[in-house]
Design a protein around this ligand. Structure first.
Ligand code: FNR
Length: 362
């Protein structure tokens, strides 16, 4: 492809051309049969937009706030690990693009630049994604470092007591580059064997599978930062999360990389939003490739969405510029969707702007 990409899927194709197969597979792949991976995108296609006409849409305002931070659009950058495999500037390029587009970047624990390096490179609003290790002191240290370096929230990923089985990574014998946040704290070199990829070996050797609801109290006791939990997929868990007083939730299935046959996130968003009843913000990620996807998520009650692979495709194809372009594209597409649907601001996007399969059966 020689012309400029005009949408996220074309960036994906450029990423495929740019990357060695092992890394492309790592970024695109999901767990096992990849049912959830595909459903994340397919479920968006089953939702229809119900536009309003003649609404005077000369000027459209996409800005919003998340945890009190003003951002230019309801789109944030999801935590994705190992970004140096996509481009040598890795997380630094992503952070700079987040800053240029005035949105929030969530930095993964498993990043290939340290959280200090990312903090020093630009003034992006940053949240820190946390995994909890068997050695709690290491997680506590990471939280402390995030706090000291101006990260504004902790995004606690709760869908990964073990790593999902990503078969392409097993076959390709994925080699994990050094995880900069963990240097000097944990062994950072893990190799693949017939049981799993290097990343799976890292996860099973280090992650704390005993972490549970009561332990959120521990996390709250070691930080003043707001805590978002990432990986909520049911009403029951949303209610439990409110009981332990989290500051927000992310409806996520880890981009189909953890439990295969878990539901597409957009199909359970409304259930979680209803259970939460506006007490804390609900965000969503998974399968977002178009402005229309973002619009649908907003209509079903999300405060904002996060994008994972779309950003990585931009990074792999064109570095910082590529991430920038992907974010701008999503913004332009959302703006157009809003104009054509009769919405001048994100607050005006309402439940009645979409029809889901459930509505059609009524
Ligand atoms: C991820 N995701 C992820 N999540 C997390 O909490 N910590 C992490 O380190 C990672 N790493 C990671 C790597 C790669 C390559 C991918 C694709 C995803 C999950 C991520 O935050 C998000 O939930 C999904 O990527 C959202 O789905 P889409 O936008 O990729 O379809």
């Amino acid at each position: 492809m020689t012309e400029e990409p005009v949408n996220v899927n074309e960036f994906r194709e450029l990423a495929r051309q740019a990357l060695p197969k092992m890394y492309y597979d790592f970024y695109t792949g999901g767990a096992e049969d990849q049912y959830t991976l595909k459903e994340n995108e397919e479920a968006f296609r089953r939702i229809i937009i119900q536009p309003r006409i003649l609404g005077n849409v000369r000027s459209i305002d996409l800005s919003t706030t998340v945890l009190g931070y003003n951002i230019s659009m309801p789109v944030m950058i999801a935590p994705t690990s190992l970004q140096k495999l996509a481009n040598p500037e890795g997380e630094i390029a992503t952070a700079r693009a987040a800053s240029a587009c005035n949105t929030i970047m969530v930095l993964s624990t498993s990043s290939t630049y340290s959280l200090e390096e990312v903090a020093a490179c630009c003034d992006a609003i940053r949240f820190f994604q946390l995994y909890v290790y068997k050695r709690r002191d290491i997680s506590a240290k990471l939280v402390q470092r995030a706090e000291n370096n101006g990260y504004k929230a902790i995004v606690l990923t709760v869908d990964s007591p073990r790593l999902g089985r990503r078969e392409a990574d097993v076959k390709n014998k994925l080699v994990v580059p050094p995880l900069k946040n963990l240097e000097g704290l944990l062994p950072t070199k893990f190799v693949s064997d017939e049981k799993g990829s290097g990343l799976a070996a890292l996860a099973s050797g280090t992650l704390d599978a005993s972490f549970c609801w009561e332990d959120i109290t521990w996390l709250k006791s070691i930080t003043n930062l707001p805590i978002l939990i990432k990986g909520v997929l049911t009403r029951e868990d949303a209610i439990k999360a409110l009981k332990v007083s989290v500051d927000g939730m992310i409806v996520s299935n880890h981009g189909g990389r953890q439990l295969d046959y878990s539901p597409a996130t957009i199909s359970v968003l409304e259930e979680v939003v209803d259970a939460v009843g506006g007490k804390v913000p609900v965000l969503v990620d998974g399968g977002i490739r178009r402005g229309t996807d973002i619009f649908k998520a907003m209509a079903l009650g999300a405060q904002a969405v996060l994008v994972g692979r779309a950003v990585v495709y931009g990074l792999a194809a064109k570095g910082e510029k590529g991430v920038n372009r992907v974010l701008e594209m999503l913004k332009e597409e959302l703006e157009l969707t809003m104009a054509l649907s009769g919405c001048c601001s994100v607050k005006e996007i309402s439940r009645s702007h979409v029809r889901t399969k459930h509505d059609q059966q009524l």
